[in-house]
Write a protein that binds this ligand. Sequence first.
Ligand SMILES: Cc1ncc(C[n+]2csc(CCOP(=O)(O)OP(=O)(O)O)c2C)c(N)n1
Length: 430
Amino acid sequence: MISALKKVGVEEVIFCSGSQNSPLLSGLLKEFSVRSHFDERGASFYALGRIKATKKPVCVVTTSGTAVAECLPAVVEAYYSGLPLIIVSADRPKRFIGTGAPQVVNQAELLSSHSVVSIVEGDGYVQFKLDSPSHWNIHLEDSTPSIDVEILETKQKTEGNLNQWLKSVKSPLVLVEKIPSQYFEKTVTFLKTLRAPVYAEPRSNLFDKIPDLIVDEIIDHDSILRIGSVPVTSYWRSIPETIKVASLAGPYFAGIDREQLLLNFSDEILSSPIVSFGFKNEGRKISDKTDFEKTVNSIPKGSRIYFGNSLPIRDAIRCDLAGQSVEANRGANGIDGQIATFAGFIKGVGGYAFIGDLTFLYDLPSLTLLQGEECKIFVINNKGGRIFEGLPKYQKLSEEEKKIIISEQKFNISEIAKSFSVEIVELCGN
Ligand SMILES: Cc1ncc(C[n+]2csc(CCOP(=O)(O)OP(=O)(O)O)c2C)c(N)n1
């Protein structure tokens, strides 16, 4: 198993202790940087942050039972973000399944909806995919089995011609979310040649790369070219049927329920000669009105900044993000695991997080992952899930329903934070 992990490029392991997985520990310590964390949910979100920072697969090792189920939220996030999170779960011997024996659950199936699952009893092999989570469920007797790994290729879908599509449109608007790191430079060159207006989302990290192409709002267009992950802007969910859509998608998800030209990223597409639309902008207007905007704008250049779901990642679009390295969990857009992912993302280099108050309370145990890190968490304390107040359907609710939806909280967030020795700054949600 150790050699299988090494073969796929794992360097870091997060070990969540238990009795069943304890025989694996000594081998792991010899080959990897091992960090211990008691909470499997936080550990797996932390692993996502490490993958975002290192671009390498990261492994979480759990014991048997409900410990495995705790990994599901991060596995779902990894699935839709195309991240190589590996969960190794130590299982009791197969003959115990269904007997009600202590800590024996049907754990091989727990993560199967969103990962490549391998079940091993005795010596065997496991499967791994670079753009997907994998779950290796290892039935252990006394000794660690010898396990080989099969690396599965991701099939590239290349039907369709982007050049032809670009020739068929007059005024495209490019929506860019997260660009897969291996294609980042080539995408910048592609955009510089295309010279179409670009609505760059916070995670595009394009702000200082193509300043004269970036627009502040969804300007007039007859077509949308989406590049990277699924865009955050609500416009993406309501594009009129008359607008043509094409996506260079990484990871490969349509991200929308309508007809479109959907392509994988490829060197060929990004380097083939393309049409130029001759657009030039004066430069972005940065907003500096709210506490949130002022604070984001004042962060030193070259920092890592993490924005939580749901309001912070949306509000970040108005801020000065030039020269920053921006991250968020935008696979399944959960408010869970945000402190843990932030901790993984900034480990050893420091950084800043902006998250909502419920998001903060959701992931309190993960503050323990930030011990000794140079970081600051800004909690936008608007006392509940205020994002819902902006929804048209919210206005039609009764007062009682509104109260339940908002989940107002009155905890003293700064006091809570003190006991974890992490620097927390509360911002009001104006
Ligand atoms: C795990 C999970 N549960 C529920 C939701 C639905 N949800 C989206 S935003 C939100 C409220 C978040 O509140 P807060 O963290 O205070 O941020 P704000 O909306 O005020 O920015 C909830 C519950 C979700 N996205 N993820």
